[in-house]
Design a protein around this ligand. Structure first.
Ligand SMILES: NC(=O)c1ccc[n+]([C@@H]2O[C@H](COP(=O)([O-])OP(=O)(O)OC[C@H]3O[C@@H](n4cnc5c(N)ncnc54)[C@H](OP(=O)(O)O)[C@@H]3O)[C@@H](O)[C@H]2O)c1
Length: 297
């Protein structure tokens, strides 16, 4: 089968499309014929060797966590899924023609493979940080870096829970944030004042890692009301860095419910072929994705 792989840590050009042995589903796993794979910043962080302590990597390595596709092998002990089912979920080396998933759910009616591959890890992250920050219905949540994959999920899930959301994004994404039900303003010079004009903030999430933790603490008045997923310096300000994934099966079940009720839709900004994986990484690393980027097989 064809698979994207890298044999050394480095820039996007270390990615190569190679011929590889097909993986097989061990106990508790399923194999899918991959139809689409989500592109996450974690993919290029691993490729660069940035997060080796949390994600040890043996080279050569495959790339990708999220995928959607058609079940073609069911491992021992797995129940509730059959060959031919359309599923989305998480595994490893998902930029490939076949991959093994460790967590999955049946895709909701009407969702394309391309869209489905964009949900698993961003929904897990969004649900986790909303839980950890402890924001409640009727309160106001500030989201710094709200237009990317995680932000798109956070905004819609929070809105569904009756939470008012203020999001920051670039000028080109203001209407996008409003379309997801958020109050929107731009980041950059004067952003704290612009946020204050919307009223008091009960809790805040830093999704962009753009060096704003001090300001988020100021706006909420309490470091325990702030969570970052992107700024390793956050603990210096008494703010928690959230980096340990919660239950992916639970997140997928919740995603299916939200998508089916029409409360969650994460758009795909651009698709790529397997051979274009390096371009997908370069575009993601530029840091201005609206919604998701997806590799289509
Ligand atoms: N710790 C964890 O468990 C965990 C889990 C998932 C992701 N992450 C990390 O969280 C970050 C976000 O992930 P993602 O998938 O949402 O990324 P993404 O889809 O690439 O989105 C990045 C967003 O950041 C915004 N942005 C860029 N510069 C900004 C600035 N100066 N201020 C505010 N926003 C800015 C961009 O908005 P504009 O285009 O509008 O500029 C873009 O929409 C990544 O660093 C990722 O590695 C961590």
């Amino acid at each position: 089968m064809k698979k994207v792989s890298f044999a050394e840590f480095g820039g996007p050009d270390v990615l190569h499309l190679i011929d590889a042995e097909e993986p097989h589903a061990g106990p508790g796993r399923i194999r899918i014929a991959v139809r689409a794979a989500g592109v996450n910043p974690a993919d290029w962080r691993v490729r660069e060797g940035q997060v080796l302590a949390a994600h040890p990597v043996e080279l050569p390595a495959g790339v990708g966590l999220d995928a959607s596709g058609v079940v073609d092998e069911v491992g021992e002990g797995v129940e509730g899924v059959e060959i031919g089912d359309h599923v989305f979920g998480e595994g490893s080396s998902t930029y490939a023609e076949f991959t093994v998933l460790s967590a999955w759910a049946r895709m909701p009616e009407g969702l394309s493979f391309e869209e489905a591959a964009g949900y698993p890890s961003v929904v897990e992250t969004a649900l986790r940080i909303l839980r950890e920050v402890g924001v409640r219905p009727g309160q106001t949540l500030l989201v710094s870096g709200a237009s990317g994959g995680v932000g798109s999920a956070v905004l819609q899930i929070a809105r569904d829970r009756g939470i008012t959301v203020i999001g920051t994004a670039g000028a080109a994404n203001q209407d996008y944030l409003r379309s997801l039900g958020a109050l929107a303003t731009t980041y950059g010079e004067g952003w704290v004042e612009r946020v204050r004009q919307f009223g008091p903030v009960d809790a805040a999430l830093d999704l962009a890692g753009s060096g704003v933790i001090r300001e988020l603490v100021e706006l909420t008045g309490d470091p325990h009301k702030v969570i970052s997923i992107a700024d390793l310096d956050a603990p210096r300000f008494g703010v928690r860095f959230s980096g340990v994934a919660g239950s992916v099966p639970d997140a997928l079940a919740e995603a299916v419910g939200l998508i089916t009720r029409g409360k969650l839709h994460i758009p795909v900004e651009k698709t790529y072929t397997l051979a274009e994986a390096a371009a997908a990484h370069a575009d993601s690393q530029a840091g201005h994705t609206r919604g998701r980027r997806v590799i289509v097989i």
